[in-house]
Design a protein around this ligand. Structure first.
Ligand SMILES: Nc1nc2c(c(=O)[nH]1)N[C@H]1C(S)=C(S)[C@@H](COP(=O)(O)O)O[C@H]1N2
Ligand SMILES: [Mo]
Length: 219
């Protein structure tokens, strides 16, 4: 392929992704007047929650795999990941166990910038995340691609600690925290939804805190 035709192809699929991505710039469900979702209470500390096994992954051994329904599947090592555009985001945490924590400052790669790199195919509608501790969780692509979503490597100016999911974890602030996979190692783009660990164990497929989508039988 000539350089020119390759550029044209890339531009065309980027443009197509941008067009299909229109819905991604839509507003998420949180009403501005209602910062604390129903049934939640505020905490000042930051509790640690996981399955009890905290994998210790050195940056030199770390990589992120992006597979499934994308134009450009990729495996990024730490260096390649660090070269992607970097963003800072301020957001709140809402855990399904009813605690919320305001104003967490995150640094990392926005999911928008990752999507620009891998370019989901038109039929991709969900993502399934897999972590180094074996944890999995699923979410709609539109939620994964929300403006505030970040592949975070630092919190409040310091590298993310192991207990909170370092070297890298996902942050999707507008959904319950179990969707924000710690120690993220793989992102699979799916054509249909596929339940992750908690979703197979009675939790909601989407998990919107403002709709109290805690369990699978919540609307
Ligand atoms: N890899 C992995 N990610 C995970 C979990 C887990 O067990 N393993 N637990 C989830 C749950 S239920 C919550 S509440 C948050 C907790 O994140 P924190 O320990 O940083 O507060 O991580 C989520 N991400
Ligand atoms: Mo949780």
């Amino acid at each position: 392929m000539t350089e020119e035709s390759r550029d044209t192809k890339l531009t065309a699929s980027k443009r197509r992704w941008a067009e299909q991505g229109k819905f991604l710039t839509g507003k998420i469900t949180r009403p501005d007047t209602d910062r604390l979702p129903p049934g939640q209470h505020l905490v000042k500390n930051w509790p640690v929650l996981d399955l009890g096994q905290q994998p210790l992954i050195k940056r030199e051994e770390w990589s992120l795999q992006i597979v499934g329904a994308v134009e450009n599947p990729a495996t990024l090592d730490w260096q390649a990941f660090s070269r992607l555009p970097q963003s800072d985001k301020l957001s709140d945490i809402h855990c399904v166990t009813t605690w919320s924590r305001y104003d967490n400052r995150w640094h990392g790669v926005s999911t928008h910038d990752l999507l620009d790199l891998v370019m989901p195919k038109p039929e991709a509608t969900y993502v399934l995340l897999t972590s180094y501790d074996g944890y999995t969780t699923n979410l709609p692509l539109a939620d994964f691609a929300s403006e505030d979503a970040l592949l975070a490597t630092a919190w409040e100016g310091a590298p993310l600690t192991t207990e909170h999911g370092g070297p890298m974890r996902l942050i999707v602030p507008h959904l319950y925290r179990w969707k924000s996979a710690k120690w993220l190692r793989r992102i699979e783009f799916l054509i249909g939804d596929q339940a992750g660990f908690w979703e197979r164990n009675g939790y909601h497929m989407r998990g919107d805190p403002w709709r109290e989508q805690r369990y699978s039988d919540d609307a």
